[in-house]
Design a protein around this ligand. Structure first.
Ligand code: PEP
Ligand code: MG
Length: 753
């Protein structure tokens, strides 16, 4: 007997529906209630319950239920490991029982109304390995839940884990009064700063420095108290809620793969009785609304400051933001004077989720005090088309908010309060650029050198949103899809189903084209906030990339399965990053074979013959290239890491960026060796690191035999045009000349530095 429509996995991955949960709720309790209603509806289960776990007394408490009696909420409590529910959380795994009451772990509670529900499925709610709670579904029909139900419930819990965790945290916040602190900001007469380009573009807007205690300090200076009432405060809450929901919607439309639930914490704050109720209580005690708001916001900031967990500490910024928004909506103060909307943001450091939020607020540009141009934050900024400049000039942090900034992330300059002359010359430049880019986009249909040699130009995709540009600019396929971004900005590992949905979208948006999926490449500067492993001294030399995947095969296999399933009927290639040995490559390849066998057994459609290749990023590979070339279907050179590891220069460290030299003879000679060796085996080779989009290296690459490049899509017209001006003969001669030189200085001259 078919118990329900098995096609619901896609529906459950629909972010819009998840978001609806908290936009419709009016309190945190209500929010959890909405969750159980939604889940029981989609799982067609008679019962759905959420238990939250409290670390202090290692206890699980029933917080919301559909199906059990109302008074069981708060009354049903279980120790870790107690009952089937406690066991699921203790062992961090789903527990599915056909006859729950017959299990030796079953724990009976009198009067909660669960006697008739024999089919039982409990899935722990986890953030990484952190225990947040358990979701349980029950049904009176025996043997009601199967493998697919387990998968779906895992997908739901992982989508909601972050939101539930914040809800749990807010629910358990103590009342504590804090003191208003004040930061002193020195004003410097800074006029011009040079920096390195992380993401190109030009912006002209007012400055805002992302610094701690900003909101308190800003509003204290405004002397806003006086005429506001409790009604005004309620109105401000409502308006703020609408604004944030709009922002959430906007980011989800634009960034469906990574924008999921990014403003959750802020929406939940507005529904939190301690937070909003705390402010109302103070207002009722005749404290002015502005003061009441500042007091409670400050209390929360202090509370977040005390938290050890790095991920929850990040949420501190959300309290700042929501406080600022409420105050602006309450007092009518200029919202733009402290927020990032339409501004150029100066920040000491940013998380990937920060830059996504900035993007949804139409931030014009970013000046960052840490990180390197090939860091992943820069890569993300490029995809989001936010000009980003990196500078180590700490004085930038002292610039008072609201200064006019001209950010030229095309040549790497920042002008603070620029003169009229500078401004008008920039306006002219912008106009010219618009005209040129229009001409450029419409120039060529085919990619060929001047003498007619075919060159293949593909795109690197970081976010799904990049695909549109790639298609518009006639990209011949995807040479590198960096699968890690949906992992980085989420709050838990995306499930197989979630990955499948994203990958399928990518594939269908480029029908018939070759698409290369690079498997998870985290570690280094791409940290997962939810993966609670020990902090590494040298993350770039640590548990990075394929090492992580091979160490966590359960995560690896889910990704491979998702790629194989999404790739059915398509030209899909799987590429492993950071391979250092033949053994590693074979072990990873074996994983694909294993996954295919299981998918066959499960009769799940999938691609049967994906090409399997690897990235050349480590010098070690040079010595085993013959053996690798015999085993691999293709190679792609990741020059960003290749340079980093060949020259031992951290790609994110601004202090040694002058030593990060793509034109170092060791790099250029090694690249030649790679192309020569791979060519013997007639295997496909491409370049996908940043060198591939750097004009001055194209001729060298063509000269040593590279015919395939993968670049961020926005670079396609430029590279196409550069390629069309080169003849292979001239490129070869120039490459030979370069290869004879041993000094960086001499090569720089030939290449044109
Ligand atoms: C590279 O290392 O060149 C590369 C393309 O990978 P990533 O920049 O994502 O590390
Ligand atoms: Mg790399």
């Amino acid at each position: 007997m078919k118990k329900h429509n098995k096609n619901y996995t896609k529906l459950l991955c629909d972010i819009g529906e998840m978001s609806g949960l908290f936009t419709d709720a009016t309190s945190l309790e209500m929010f959890l209630h909405e969750i159980v209603l939604l889940v029981s509806k989609h799982m067609c289960s008679e019962v759905c319950s959420v238990y939250l776990f409290y670390e202090d007394n290692t206890e699980l408490i029933l917080k919301a239920t559909k199906g059990l009696t109302k008074d069981s909420v708060g009354r049903v409590r279980l120790k870790l490991g107690e009952g089937l529910t406690g066991l699921a959380l203790k062992e961090l795994r789903p527990i599915c029982e056909k006859n729950a009451s017959r299990s030796r772990y079953y724990k009976y509670f009198f009067g909660i109304g669960e006697d008739c529900y024999e089919s039982f499925l409990a899935v722990p709610i986890l953030r990484g390995r952190i225990r947040i709670g358990v979701m349980v579904v029950q049904n009176s029909k025996k043997d009601y839940f199967d493998e697919e139900d387990i998968r779906v419930l895992r997908a739901i819990t992982s989508q909601l884990a972050n939101t539930i965790e914040i809800a749990k945290f807010l629910m358990s916040m103590d009342e504590r009064r804090g003191n208003i602190r004040k930061d002193k900001i020195e004003v410097q007469d800074l006029k011009f700063v040079k920096g390195k380009i992380g993401a190109t573009g030009i912006a002209f807007a007012e400055s805002v420095v992302k610094r701690e205690q900003k909101i308190i300090e800003y509003f204290m200076q405004q002397n806003l108290e006086g005429k506001y009432t409790l009604d005004d405060f309620h109105r401000a809450v409502k308006v703020s809620e609408e604004q944030i929901e709009q922002l959430q919607k906007k980011i989800e439309e634009r960034l469906s793969d990574v924008g999921s639930l990014i403003f959750t914490a802020q929406i939940l704050m507005l529904k939190d009785e301690d937070f909003i109720g705390g402010i109302i209580d103070l207002i009722k005690k005749n404290i002015g609304p502005v003061q009441a708001l500042l007091t409670v916001v400050n209390k929360y900031i202090e509370k977040f400051d005390q938290i050890q967990d790095a991920y929850l500490r990040e949420k501190r910024q959300d309290v700042e933001d929501i406080g600022a928004r409420l105050l602006a909506n309450l007092t009518g103060a200029d919202q733009n004077s402290y927020m990032c909307q339409g501004k150029i943001v100066i920040a000491k450091e940013l998380y990937p989720s920060d830059i996504l939020k900035l993007s949804s607020q139409d931030t014009k540009g970013v000046i960052l005090l840490t990180g390197g141009v090939s860091s992943h934050l820069s890569i993300l900024a490029r995809s989001l088309q936010i000009p980003l400049l990196i500078s180590d000039n700490l004085q930038l942090l002292d610039i008072p908010d609201g200064q006019k900034i001209l950010l030229d992330a095309e040549i790497g300059n920042v002008y603070i309060n620029p003169s009229e002359d500078i401004l008008s010359s920039f306006k002219e430049k912008e106009e010219l650029k618009k005209k040129i880019s229009f001409i450029k986009k419409s120039t060529f249909k085919e990619n060929k050198t001047k003498d007619g040699t075919k060159v293949c130009l593909m795109s690197n995709i970081n976010l799904l949103g990049d695909v549109k540009t790639a298609v518009e600019l006639n990209s011949e396929g995807i040479g590198l899809y960096r699968t890690e971004f949906p992992f980085i900005v989420r709050n838990d590992f995306p499930t197989e189903e979630e990955q499948f949905v994203i990958y399928k979208k990518l594939i269908t948006s480029m029908p018939g084209k070759e698409i290369t999926f690079r498997t998870l490449d985290i570690g280094g500067d791409k940290v997962l906030s939810y993966y609670n492993d020990d902090k590494e001294e040298n993350p770039f030399l640590g548990m990075r990339s394929i090492r992580f995947s091979l160490r966590h095969k359960e995560i690896f296999s889910q990704q491979i399965r998702a790629i194989l399933r999404a790739g059915e009927g398509a030209d899909v290639r799987i590429m492993f990053p950071m391979i250092s040995s033949l053994d590693e490559f074979l072990e990873a390849k074996e994983m694909i074979v294993e996954c295919m066998k299981i998918l066959d057994k499960e009769e799940i459609p999938h691609t049967k013959n994906p090409a399997v290749g690897l990235m050349i990023e480590l010098p070690a590979v040079l010595e085993i290239l013959h053996e690798l070339a015999a085993e691999a279907d293709f190679f792609s050179i990741g020059t960003n890491d290749f340079i980093q590891y060949m020259l031992a220069v951290d790609r994110t460290n601004e202090k040694v960026s002058d030593l990060y030299l793509p034109h170092h003879p060791a790099i250029l000679r090694a690249l030649k060796r790679v192309v020569d060796t791979v060519s013997i085996y007639r295997k496909d080779i491409s370049v996908c690191g940043d060198m591939a989009h750097t004009e001055k290296y194209i001729s060298y690459f063509l000269g040593i035999g590279v015919r395939k490049f993968s670049v961020d899509a926005t670079f396609l017209p430029k590279i196409q045009e550069v390629v069309s001006r080169i003849t292979i003969d001239a490129a070869r001669k120039k490459a030979e000349d370069i290869l004879l030189k041993a000094k960086v200085y001499d090569i720089a001259e030939v290449i044109g530095y």
